[in-house]
Write a protein that binds this ligand. Structure first.
Ligand code: BEZ
Ligand code: FE
Length: 289
């Protein structure tokens, strides 16, 4: 290995050190990482103290992770990397429903419920209805698809954030689409909420004067044999922060108005009080390749 390296020859020496990597993809990743990381350091020319600060930040990010908290994913989210990844991968399936971030609250198994059930039985507030169809990109119904749903309540809290107040499973459901690919459930319209700010990611938001809020949304993870898994949300039209999601996850196609339905017959059909708010979301799956 060469000695007395200057800044440029050092980069090429590190690149050379990976030249025998048997796994071609790993080699490509390490070469790109080296090229970009060295260029980044050249660009910002950090002092030793600044570099130590950066190492300390990443160390504390790792130390904040537990079985039920993933601060690195949150960091990837607030830096827009999670959405960049979703967007790049979504380019392969332009006719399917847009995907968006999974988020850290899909941490427990959702309770199996029947179509039409109230998925937020412990939550205060008027009931809404969410309905839709699961279809293929050709428009054919996808029956018996598994639809995993999770959402915050009317105060912006997930069940897992309020032990002793909400039971685990409130605001969650595992549904199956019917023979025509249809689904519907009762719930409450969730509120916007802040992402966790009591760790290093919160410090980053504070230092940069960014707010931590996500607009109101309901998560969906849809799977069906022969189709690509889809992780997405519906965003409640008109919610605060719809134009400034802390994790950059809003796509226009996923914003749905929850209009008020005044029809007493529709209310009776769904088993809710009239008037009620109704959101509709058709989900298009891409075949597995
Ligand atoms: C969520 O929607 O649950 C979420 C997504 C990214 C970061 C924090 C929360
Ligand atoms: Fe969420």
């Amino acid at each position: 290995m060469a000695t007395n390296l200057d800044a440029d020859t050092l980069t090429s020496e590190v690149l050379k050190s990976f030249s025998e990597t048997p796994n071609g993809r790993l080699q490509q990743i390490l070469e790109s990482l080296t090229t970009h990381l060295h260029a980044f350091v050249q660009d910002i020319t950090p002092s030793i103290e600044e570099w130590e600060q950066a190492i300390d930040f990443l160390t504390r990010t790792g130390n904040t992770c537990t079985d039920v908290r993933q601060e690195f994913i949150l960091l990837s989210d607030v830096l827009g990397v999670s959405m960049l990844l979703e967007t790049i991968n979504g380019q392969e399936t332009p006719d399917a429903t847009d995907s968006t971030v999974l988020g850290p609250f899909h941490m427990v198994e959702s309770p199996t419920r029947d179509l039409g059930d109230d998925i937020s039985p412990e939550s205060d507030g008027p009931r809404c209805i969410v309905s839709g169809r699961i279809v293929s990109v050709e428009g054919t119904p996808v029956p018996n698809a598994s639809i995993d749903i999770w959402q915050a309540d009317t105060k912006g809290f997930y069940d897992v954030q309020q032990p002793g107040i909400q039971s685990v499973g409130n605001g969650r459901a595992l549904l199956r689409s019917d023979a025509e690919g249809r689904f519907h459930f009762r719930s409450v319209v969730p509120m916007y909420y802040p992402i966790p700010t009591d760790g290093p990611v919160g410090e980053l938001l504070e230092a940069t004067k960014r707010h931590p809020y996500r607009p109101a949304h309901i998560h969906f993870l849809v799977t069906a044999p022969g189709y690509r898994e889809l992780t997405t949300h519906i965003f409640i039209g008109g919610s605060d922060y719809i134009d400034s999601d802390a994790v950059f996850a809003v796509k226009g196609s996923l914003v749905k108005d929850f209009d008020e339905d005044q029809d007493p017959e529709a209310a009776a059909h769904y088993g809710v009080q009239s008037p009620f708010r109704h959101g509709h979301f058709d989900i298009v799956l891409h075949p597995e390749t």
